[in-house]
Design a protein around this ligand. Structure first.
Ligand code: IMP
Length: 430
């Protein structure tokens, strides 16, 4: 039957979890896999049976699914301590974790405390400070460690050598204060490693066999298209490949395995960290910003799940969405937070950019050009009605229907799912 990928079309935090949850719980997807990133991601997972909600980072969102198998794939990076914290949180909710329902790729790379310290000392893009960039850097220069290292009898020596190299690097960066006590770190690691070791295996071979047997599989995207290391607004990107192809690659799946790609877009869109944001709300739209941001700590508010940072907020950008469509080949689209647009008189949607006095319809390739772009907006009539929890498209006010159809017509891709509230059940399926 092929695999379905759920991918962010903007700068992350689009609310992908809502659709992932729907697919896991309503369409009974058997296997769910993460193929990129690490604990820089943040997603809220809700268990309808136990009635509990958790903010997770690297743990796949299928962990509350009945008999769902959760894979953390080859292309990810794993901090053993953070991951054990997530395992503890999940187990505290009554889920029994075993090598059958949680599998970590032996090819995934290890994030050490010193990767985090180097991230803190060198970051230029407003990273999540989780050591993600330095871990992928070590992977690329072939000095990184894969999870398989922990099955070697001499792993403490091998990991100790990397700690030592990182300590030297921190000294050269004039950050001796960030060096670690290697023996202490190894002792701490021993504990976390003991917890994760039963879950480490060859996930590529497992997935390949399951696909051949017709099992249903979902690829859970982390971060998003515009944060992708190849296709995003470089250098203001994460260090992994966050597009549909990249996630498939990160799980060791051939591109032909993915038959459905759901692109997720948030209305309004947000960004955290540095980098261009063409449709950012202006100062005169401060009241609107406050309405859309919500209150820190409240469900659905625009503050980072991993960092707590306030997110920048802007209008829907269809130039960017078209670019994301080109990169990912979306078969259908999921929109989130349509309910947040109620009560806004006139809704702006960017349909082209002005760059150095010329109107352009395609995303420029270089970030400095994107930074010089201003948005050209179509203005669509809004609606007053509260649409929270609406579950039928035909029950939406006509202007809300037109707004969705405008996006669909521009991208020439069907919008099949629409979020209408903070709860997972607040969803229109078309
Ligand atoms: P890093 O992934 O921690 O290296 O951060 C690089 C950039 O990606 C920063 O701008 C982060 O704010 C952004 N970023 C990383 N992960 C996420 C995410 O899950 N949601 C939104 N932004 C993210």
């Amino acid at each position: 039957m092929g695999a379905v990928a759920v991918v962010g079309g903007q700068y992350g935090d689009e609310g992908k979890g809502k659709f992932v949850h729907y697919l896991v719980h309503e369409e009974n997807i058997k296997i769910i896999g993460r193929g990129n990133g690490g604990c820089n991601a943040g997603h809220n997972v809700y268990d309808p049976e136990r009635g509990v909600a958790l903010a997770l980072h690297l743990m796949p969102s299928g962990i509350f699914g009945k008999d769902t198998v959760n894979i953390v794939g080859d292309g990810t990076v794993i901090n053993p301590h953070n991951f054990v914290e997530e395992m503890d949180a999940v187990e505290a909710c009554g889920v029994e974790l075993s090598p059958n329902n949680l599998k970590l790729s032996s090819r995934a790379h290890v994030t050490l405390q010193t990767h985090r310290n180097i991230d803190g000392a060198t970051d230029k893009v407003g990273s999540t400070a989780q050591g993600i960039g330095p871990t992928y850097r070590d992977k690329a220069v072939r000095s990184g460690l894969r999870l398989e290292v922990f099955s070697r009898p001499d792993w403490q020596q091998v990991v100790g050598a990397l700690f030592s190299a990182h300590n030297d690097e921190l000294a050269l960066l004039n950050r001796k204060d960030l060096r670690v006590d290697i023996d202490e770190e190894l002792k701490k690691l021993e504990k976390s490693v003991a917890r994760i070791i039963p879950h480490i295996c060859d996930t590529l071979t497992y997935l390949s066999n399951e696909l051949a047997n017709g099992s249903s599989l979902m690829l859970e995207g982390a971060q998003a298209t515009m944060l992708d290391i190849n296709h995003g607004t470089y250098p203001f990107v994460t260090s992994s490949s966050a597009t549909a192809g990249g996630i498939a690659m990160g799980l060791g799946l051939p591109p032909t395995a993915v038959t459905r790609v759901i692109g997720v877009f948030k209305l309004p869109m947000t960004r955290v960290g540095k980098g261009p944001f063409t449709t950012l709300l202006t100062d005169v739209e401060a009241d609107l910003h406050d309405k859309l941001a919500g209150i820190k700590g409240e469900k659905g508010s625009e503050f980072g799940a991993t960092t707590g940072r306030a997110r920048s907020i802007g209008w829907m950008d269809l130039v960017m969405a078209k670019y994301a469509q080109r990169v990912n080949g979306f078969t259908d689209i999921g929109l989130t937070k349509l309910d947040m647009l109620s009560g806004i008189n006139s809704l702006k949607v960017a349909t082209s950019y002005m760059l150095d006095g010329i109107e352009i319809f395609d995303m420029p390739a270089d970030t400095s050009s994107i930074e010089r772009c201003t948005a050209v907006y179509a203005e669509l009539a809004g609606w007053e009605e509260d649409i929270s929890g609406v579950s039928n498209f035909s029950d939406l006010p006509i202007n809300a229907q037109k707004y969705v159809q405008f996006i669909e017509d521009y991208l020439m891709v069907p919008v099949t799912m629409i979020g209408t509230g903070a709860n997972n059940a607040d969803l229109i399926k078309r």
